[in-house]
Structure formats: C-alpha cells, structure tokens
Design a protein around this ligand. Structure first.
Ligand code: NAP
Length: 289
C-alpha cells in the first residue's frame, strides 16, 4: 500500500508556482493577485480564507481580504463583486461559501466575471469543463486529478466510482475523470444509489466525497483499489487543543491494507485543493497579460 502524500505534492507544486512568479516579476510585471471575500465570522470559513492568504504569501502572490458582516445585503455584496470584476490590478477572486441565507449564492457566483472565477464555480467555467475547453477547474476535482497524475496512477479504462454528486466535488470530478486525458469509466453514486456497497466494491478507483465520517468500510473496497478520501468532517476530540479533528469518509484503519494507494485525512486531498486555487490564479494572471 502506498500512502499518497498530498501535502508533499502540494509543496512541490507551490515551489513550481513560486518559480513562475519570480519569472513574471523579473519580466517587470506585478505578481499575480488573488482576493478573497469573506462574509460573517464562521469558524470554518475564517480558517479556509486564512489558509488561502497564507498560501499566496508563500508563493509570492499578492492577496487581499474583503470582509463583510453577516448582515451585508445581497445588493452590497453584488456591488463589491462588480467592483472586483473591473479592478485591473486583480487577477482572480473567490467569495467564500457558504453565504448567509438571505443572499443567493447562485446570484453571487453568476455575477463573478468568468475570467476571474478562480474557484471555477461560474456556469461558464462549468460548461467549458463539460465541453473539454480550457477553463478554471473547481479546486478539489482539479487537485485530485493532479494527484493521480503525479503519482502516475493508471486511470485509462479503469472503473472509477465517485460517491457524491455535489456541484463542487462529485459532479465536476466525474466529468474530469471521464475526459480523454484520464479515460476512466465513471459511475456517480449518491444517496439514492441501490446496493452502494456492491457498486463501490467494483471500483478500481474509489473516490469518497459524501461527508459522512468513516462511511466506506473494508467490505466496500476491492483488493488493490485506489482510494481517494475527500471527506473532511469535524468530529469532537476533547483530547486536542481545538476540541475537534478532521475525519474522512473512509474507515482508514480497516481499508488501508486492501488498497494499492490511499489518501489520508488530513494531508491528502485538502492540500491539493488549496494549491489548485493558486494554479488557477496563476493561469488567470497569465491569460490576462
Ligand atoms: P455535499 O454537497 O453535502 O454532497 C454530498 C453528496 O454525497 C451528495 O451528492 C449526497 O447525495 C451524497 N451522499 C450523502 N450521504 C450519502 C450516503 N449515505 N450514500 C450515498 N451518497 C451520499 O458535500 P460536498 O460539498 O461535495 O463535500 C463532501 C465532503 O467533502 C464533505 O465532507 C466536505 O467537507 C468535503 N470536502 C473536502 C474538500 C477538501 O479539500 N478536502 C473540499 C470540498 C469538500 P444526494 O445528492 O443524493 O443528496
């Protein structure tokens, strides 16, 4: 069994990005610039945005944080999106989700200029992904495919089962995995799938993205399968300083010995998701200049 090290792979990619940034700056241009819009004070969102800003610093990007309180109106938020769309000193930006209930996430996503949509959530980018055209790819699917590539895991003709069909993970990932560059035969499973254990046990590559801690047990995994665990659920852990820790969707202790490759949680898909945002921002900067 090979433990896939997402942190190490992401660090390698960060070094490559930092080299690119040096070249951009040496040519007299400004470094790539990413902005994050954060609404409210949700603990998870605060942490994710802080990571994104730290990642930018590490590779030499400029970063900006735009903060709003929970009671910001939809109109105010949309006005900020339009302002960021037309800011020539900004290459890409993200609006951290979830947003408060009184704001339509879909409206906000659709208001973002697709050329600055480095989260890859805008319908234009999703459509381009479906058609196999160049696009900003949703960060988690992008990171997973990159991880498979960098570990030289064979995918062509392999039976890939993805559990989960969300717009940010399962669905875009299913499209990427079925494209000619990857060539997997893809099954998308969800809460209405019959005989899920049997479906999973037929996978050469099993990707768990359902958000249910330790849902995937050993009897759902084929001997020699590649298992990618996307799940990150906070569970109580009184023994830790924070009082919680992250649990994946795979029961790692019983599944790992059956796998050819497996990702841990944390340290697997998470770091790759973070680095994918940097890759998209670098691309946005290059396309602009
Ligand atoms: P989501 O929007 O809640 O979608 C979950 C999907 O899983 C849905 O399609 C749902 O089916 C399906 N599902 C739920 N319970 C199921 C069950 N018992 N059997 C079969 N299918 C089931 O979640 P998400 O945003 O995709 O995130 C999934 C997990 O990945 C979460 O733990 C999240 O925190 C994590 N995540 C991690 C990263 C990372 O970088 N590591 C990034 C993004 C998300 P229905 O469609 O039928 O409801």
């Amino acid at each position: 069994m090979i433990l896939i090290d997402g942190k190490k792979t992401a660090d390698e990619i960060k070094k490559e990005i930092a080299e690119d940034v040096k070249l951009i700056v040496a040519s007299g241009k400004r470094p790539p610039h990413l902005a994050a819009v954060l609404v409210g004070h949700d603990g998870g969102s605060e942490t994710y945005v802080a990571f994104k800003i730290k990642d930018c610093e590490e590779v030499g990007f400029r970063s900006s944080l735009v903060r709003f309180d929970d009671d910001v109106t939809e109109a105010e938020l949309l006005a900020k999106v339009h302002e960021l769309n037309s800011d020539p000193d900004l290459d890409g930006f993200i609006v951290q989700l979830p947003l408060p209930k009184h704001i339509s996430e879909q409206k906000v996503i659709e208001a973002i200029d697709a050329r600055k949509d480095v989260d890859g959530f805008h319908p234009e980018n999703v459509g381009r992904l479906v058609l196999g055209m160049p696009a900003f790819l949703s960060a988690t699917p992008f990171g997973i495919v990159e991880l498979l590539k960098r570990y030289q895991i064979p995918t062509s003709g392999k039976n890939c089962v993805i559990v989960g069909r969300s717009n940010i993970v399962g669905r875009p990932l299913s499209i990427l995995m079925s494209q000619k560059a990857v060539n997997a035969t893809v099954t998308v499973a969800h809460s209405q799938t019959k005989d899920l254990a049997k479906v999973c046990a037929e996978a050469d590559i099993l990707i768990a993205a359902l958000g249910s801690p330790e849902f995937i047990k050993a009897d759902m995994v084929k001997e020699g399968a590649v298992v990618i665990d996307v799940g990150t659920t906070r569970v109580n852990a009184p023994e830790t300083k924070s009082g919680w820790r992250l649990k994946g969707d795979v029961k790692f202790d019983e599944v790992a010995s059956k796998c050819s490759y497996i990702t841990p949680v944390p340290g697997g898909v998470g770091p790759m998701t973070r680095v994918s945002l940097l890759q998209n921002t670098l691309l946005a900067a290059k396309l602009k200049k």
